[in-house]
Design a protein around this ligand. Structure first.
Ligand code: AMP
Length: 289
């Protein structure tokens, strides 16, 4: 097990022109990240895991300051899951003195997380472009958990002709259906109990759509009814959107995505699910919710 690499030149030397799999993370690794790393390890000769708490995607300095950091633990877990190299750059290695460029993905970032967190996707798009150019991976792995992020990354990757392929991976959930997130550790026990209303809401919408309901207003009503079971949750948004351009739909089409964001205590949780499969599946469910 080698130490994490922290500079651009060390990274270049370690890669030596090979095109590995890349799993970009902000650390605090959990099973959701490890699933991406395992997948990359099966599909690539070498896997690079980047661990970088990207300051430019945080609006609130306090949120950035309290982001959990434990590089030793992350390094151990990433290697156990099949990583070959950990790239844990300093802020200066990513944003050297005089850094002046930002990447703005227009339109796709106007709504949902983009509206709730101004500047967030500018930071994400900029750091992802830098990481893809530094590592030049054959494949880069992103979770569907952050669905809007995945759509934004696919767009910027295509628009800027960045190297490799973008691979979207399914959301990993706990046994109650709650999508794994480093933010979950900050939920109190009662908040955690209420948080399961989020996957339940998504599940109820998917079941109703599976039973033939196509009207989005009715599906959203069903989702909101489940969220009432979480009295301390305040709903930020619940929507059913086109999976490619993220615009709200009135009628559910195959591939349509339900997006949800909820405030629970001090934590903001997001989740999403495909409401109606693109290709019909047999039996109930399909995404483990
Ligand atoms: P983060 O460290 O939160 O920036 O996440 C790094 C990558 O892991 C992103 O592509 C996320 O979408 C992905 N990810 C985070 N949580 C999960 C999860 N529960 N299931 C699958 N992927 C996830």
């Amino acid at each position: 097990m080698t130490r994490p690499i922290t500079t651009r030149s060390e990274l270049r030397a370690a890669l030596g022109g090979s095109a590995p799999g890349l799993v970009p993370t902000m650390g605090a690794l959990h099973e959701g990240h490890l699933a991406l790393i395992r997948r990359s390890a099966t599909e690539n000769e070498r896997t690079v895991v980047s661990v970088f708490v990207n300051p430019t995607q945080f609006g609130d300095p306090a949120d950035l300051a309290r982001y959990p950091r434990d590089l030793d633990r992350d390094t151990r877990l990433a290697f156990e899951a099949g990583a070959d190299l950990i790239f844990a750059p300093t802020v200066e290695a990513i944003y050297p003195r005089g850094f002046a460029t930002v990447i703005e993905v227009a339109g796709l970032t106007d709504r949902w997380e983009g509206a709730a967190r101004p500047g967030h996707f500018r930071g994400v798009a900029t750091v992802v472009a830098i990481l893809l150019n530094l590592v030049r991976p054959a494949r880069a792995y992103f979770g569907e958990k952050d669905y809007q992020q995945l759509v934004v990354v696919r767009r910027l990757h295509a628009d800027l002709a960045l190297p490799g392929a973008i691979v979207g991976c399914p959301t990993i959930r706990d046994p109650h259906g709650l999508a794994l997130s480093s933010r979950n550790t900050r939920l109190t026990a009662p908040e955690r109990a209420q948080a399961v209303a989020i996957p339940r809401a998504l599940c109820s919408m998917r079941e109703l759509a599976g039973a033939g309901e196509r009207r989005v207003d009715r599906l959203l009503d069903a989702g909101r009814r489940e969220l009432i079971a979480a009295p301390e949750a305040t709903l930020d948004y619940l929507a059913i959107v086109d999976p490619n351009d993220l615009t709200p739909l009135e009628t559910v089409q195959p591939g349509a995505r339900a997006l949800v964001a909820v405030h629970l205590g001090a934590i903001r949780l997001i989740d999403n699910v495909e409401v109606l499969p693109v290709t019909p599946t047999h039996g109930a469910g399909g995404s483990g919710l």
